[in-house]
Design a protein around this ligand. Structure first.
Ligand code: ZN
Length: 605
């Protein structure tokens, strides 16, 4: 748990303009900054940053929030990770388990890895065996820098370097860089070409070392440590996410990733020896909406594509599969057919569900009813994991086609399997009647007026007026069309009641973790900060209260009209059923309601 105080400390130490301009180029525009939105494609800037409010908002794709939301979105991190990253950048200590200034073992191991990385890179740059190997593999300086490649020479040079840097023996051992042998230490990586693995903060957490010839073992990898758990990191994700290509290419190993980079596919990650895990699928989901699995055509590659695809599909990542044919891996494929052929193959990768069904068909006799049932069971388990009904409906259609079954049969089986099948073939619910839009707009204006009052002289007066006027109009937040506006307004009322001061800061802190509320807040703050307003605070406050009154009145009328609609329906029913008692009661109620609609607007002052 990170305390609220800590989060606020980090927030105030991280200037949003500084942080964002570290990722994209921003231009000053009046009191605000403008930029091309990094979250959607655009030619004219609709991405705004307000240094005064410390928020950003895009008028194109409606992404918005505070400095943490930005880091979460751009780095593909969770809220806690974004706090940790900004803590590191601002030099604020988060680890209370140790006294300030004392480093934790995790930090020390990362420190040792950084020293090792420097050592490997220096050794490669100084020429010799490592450099000869790099040249023979066509690894240019650009590639060496991008992937931070290095060379571990024979002998115990790394151990000596780490001792020069005063790294403890215990840390050297815990980092898995050297092994204790008798009285001394031996380097784990000797005469190997080095591939560092970075975590999502861009820190080196592990290494892979390849032999320079054909001897075995071909690769040695760091053991698991407190900073490195297999299956939780993705090789090259630190680079891949920079390119924001919309999709992430997933390959098996270090050299596959580098081969794709050479072919111009820079948004590439490698799973390193295991099939893609659920954790890795989640990492991909946080950084891209779609993925292309590019695996070798051997048995291990095909099975890896099945398991990795299942994981991605279950996370809701739009997944395609490309099995490399006519070559043992992407490197050889590019060598034989050229870069363009690689890019073309990726473009024509097969949707995962089709690939999955082909694999199922290939592992049994699909004409046998027994196997058909096995096949149906297997594919249903995959489809059931998809959250989106559109995706499920599409998968049901494909499964029916491939297995030569009726769609109803597949959907029915799936329904029994997960309870999700039946809705898979239903239509999407209709959304957004115009009446709702009008009510939504009125509710939005009330919230906007309340937020506009933050920081003005009569802030308290305006905020108190929200509750007073709402109660006077007889409106409950439960009756709001928009639950987010209702929630935020209700919270503002409560904060005012609790004791007034600092309402905005408290409200912002409560929604600092992002989500719909924070997006709504940042959107409205940005609108407010871009608007001209009256110079006199008292005039402005008056105007805000007037807006609140008018919008509440609109809402009140809309609610009464909705009630009249319902009553109309009930009256028609009573007429048809010739239920005179009910009819009389309903007609009376309608008259009363009509009267309220016509009158109360006027005496509301
Ligand atoms: Zn945008």
């Amino acid at each position: 748990m990170i305390s609220q105080d800590k989060i606020e400390e980090i927030k105030s130490a991280s200037d949003i303009v500084d942080i964002i301009s570290g990722y994209i180029s921003v231009k000053k525009s009046g009191a605000n900054y403008k930029a091309l939105c990094p979250f959607h494609q655009e030619k004219t800037p609709s991405f705004m940053i307000s240094p005064a409010k410390q928020i950003f908002h895009c008028f194109g794709c409606h992404e918005g929030g505070n400095v943490f939301s930005f880091v979460q979105k751009i780095e593909g991190m969770t809220f806690v990770e974004s706090v940790q990253l900004l803590a590191k950048r601002t030099g604020i200590e988060l680890d209370y388990a140790v006294a300030p200034g004392v480093k934790s073992d995790k930090d020390k191991i990362i420190g040792a890895n950084k020293a090792a990385l420097d050592y490997f890179r220096e050794t490669l740059a100084s020429g010799g065996r490592g450099a000869e190997y790099a040249a023979s593999r066509g690894l240019s300086k650009e590639i060496i820098d991008e992937f931070m490649l290095g060379y571990a020479p024979p002998g115990d040079g790394l151990f000596r370097r780490l001792k020069e840097k005063n790294v403890d023996d215990g840390i050297i051992e815990a980092a898995g860089l050297c092994k204790r042998t008798g009285p001394g230490f031996t380097d784990v990586f000797r005469d190997r070409f080095m591939f560092p693995i970075f975590n999502i903060y861009g820190e080196p957490v592990a290494f892979g070392g390849r032999v320079l010839d054909d001897s075995l073992p071909k690769y040695i990898n760091s053991k698991e440590t407190v900073v490195y758990v297999k299956g939780r990191n993705l090789y090259n994700l630190n680079n891949a996410k920079k390119y924001r290509a919309g999709y992430i290419a997933v390959v098996e190993g270090y050299t596959d990733a580098i081969a794709l980079y050479k072919a111009g596919v820079r948004n590439v990650v490698a799973t390193l020896g295991t099939a893609l895990t659920q954790d890795q699928a989640r990492l991909i989901k946080r950084n891209a909406d779609s993925a292309v699995i590019i695996y070798d055509s051997d048995e291990a590659g095909l099975n890896g594509a099945v398991r990795g695809g299942d994981a991605l599909f279950g996370e809701g990542v739009e997944t395609k599969v490309l099995i490399i044919k006519g070559a043992k891996d992407p490197d050889e494929f590019i060598g034989k057919n050229g870069k363009d052929a690689m890019v073309k193959s990726i473009e024509s990768a097969v949707p995962f569900i089709d690939f999955r069904l082909e694999r199922i068909k290939a592992s049994g006799d699909i004409n046998s009813a027994y196997y058909k049932e096995t096949a149906l069971k297997e594919i249903a388990a995959v489809i059931a994991k998809a959250e989106s009904f559109v995706v499920r409906a599409d998968a049901v259609k494909k499964a029916a086609m491939h297995l030569a079954l009726k769609e109803d049969t597949v959907a029915g089986y799936l329904a029994g399997f997960s309870g999700k099948g039946a809705e898979a073939i239903e239509e999407a619910p209709e959304k957004g009647a115009s009446k709702e839009r009008g009510a939504n707009l009125a509710e939005r204006s009330i919230l906007k007026a309340a937020l506009s009052a933050f920081g003005i002289e009569d802030e308290q007066g305006v905020l108190k007026h929200v509750k007073y006027a709402r109660e006077h109009a007889g409106i409950e937040y439960e009756g709001f069309y928009n639950k987010v506006y209702a929630k935020l307004l209700k919270r503002i009322e409560e904060l005012v009641l609790e004791g007034g001061a600092d309402v905005q800061r408290k409200l912002d802190m409560e929604y600092i973790e992002g989500g719909e509320e924070s997006r709504v807040l940042s959107g409205l703050y940005t609108e407010i900060s871009a608007e001209k307003r009256d110079k006199e605070d008292s005039v402005y406050a008056e105007k805000l209260m007037l807006i609140i009154d008018e919008c509440l009145e609109t809402r009140r009328k809309a609610m009464i009209k909705a009630k009249l609609d319902v009553l109309g329906g009930m009256i028609a029913k009573a007429e048809a059923e010739k239920d005179e008692d009910a009819l009389l009661k309903l007609i009376t109620e309608r008259q009363e309601t009509q009267k309220i609609l016509n009158s109360r607007g006027e005496d509301f002052e």
